[in-house]
Design a protein around this ligand. Structure first.
Ligand code: ADP
Ligand code: MG
Ligand code: MG
Length: 251
């Protein structure tokens, strides 16, 4: 049974009813890494946001099964608890809430739902230490407000820190490599690789082959005009990098 099965998913912008996703199909099995590529405006971010239940969009057709259950029936707040994690292209800043308090609250909310023990601030600090090392982040980030004044690279590391704290069966990373220097990219990629197991899966949106050389994809998909038009292995990304989208038109 697939971990995620998207069938003919169609979605519109809630406000204008403009159709953005047009029959998207995607099947993800446990342990797989999927790369989603495609020109700007092809619908990659929208597809990811629809999966996590972003309120800007309305599903008008198709189905999504996640772990055999209808994902679209779940409230957006329930989806992370069901094992879905998404890192947004532009992570939100949360003024007045320190990073460590935010992480601790998110962790405890998850455990509470699952009927598992919560952690107090001191225990949580201990739980966090190896995860900070994993993303190569300095401890002083914990006391700053969530993402406030963080550089692009710091925001991305912080997203992976959240993932490390919460865990996920399916992780969706939207352009986690954008704006990263080579060292930060390596740190982020190494951390993601360490979090991958044969039981969980990753879907990552990227424009660049560089990321796929660090995090090896099982499948590469090309999104175009609101649906996935092509699928292949890394050679698809290589052809794209070398010759652009025109070259893969009849790949
Ligand atoms: P990608 O991530 O592939 O660059 P997006 O999914 O962000 O593309 O956007 C796909 C198309 O839908 C774009 O033309 C974008 O302008 C439009 N779009 C997405 N979300 C909204 C929105 N909330 N309001 C208006 N237009 C939107
Ligand atoms: Mg884009
Ligand atoms: Mg995008």
């Amino acid at each position: 049974q697939p971990l995620l099965e998207v069938k003919d998913l169609t979605a519109v912008i809630a406000e204008s009813k403009q159709e953005i996703l047009k029959r998207v199909n995607l099947v993800v099995y446990e342990g797989e890494v999927h790369a989603i590529m495609g020109k700007n405006g092809s619908g990659k971010s929208t597809f990811s946001k629809v999966l996590v239940g972003h309120p800007d969009y309305e599903v008008t057709g198709g189905s999504v099964l996640f772990k055999g259950e209808n994902l679209l029936d779940l409230d957006p707040e329930e989806r992370p608890l069901s094992g879905l994690f998404m890192s947004f292209q532009s992570p939100v800043e949360i003024p007045g809430v320190s990073n460590i308090d935010f992480l601790n609250m998110a962790y405890n909310a998850q455990k509470r739902k699952l009927g598992l023990p919560e952690l107090g601030p001191i225990e949580f600090f201990g739980y966090l230490q190896p995860k900070l090392e994993l993303v190569n982040m300095k401890g002083d980030f914990l006391n700053r407000n969530v993402n406030e004044g963080f550089s692009g690279g710091e925001k991305k590391r912080n997203e992976i820190l959240q993932l490390a704290v919460l865990g996920a069966d399916l992780t969706i990373l939207d352009e986690i490599d954008s704006g990263l220097d080579v060292d930060a990219l390596k740190d982020v990629a190494n951390a993601v690789n360490k979090l991958l197991t044969p039981k969980n899966s990753l879907s990552m949106i990227t424009h660049y082959l560089r990321l796929l050389e660090f995090i090896k994809p099982t499948w590469v998909h090309i999104m175009e005009d609101g649906s996935i038009k092509k699928a292949g292995d890394i050679s698809l990304a290589k052809a794209l990098e070398k010759e652009g989208y025109r070259a893969i038109a009849d790949y």
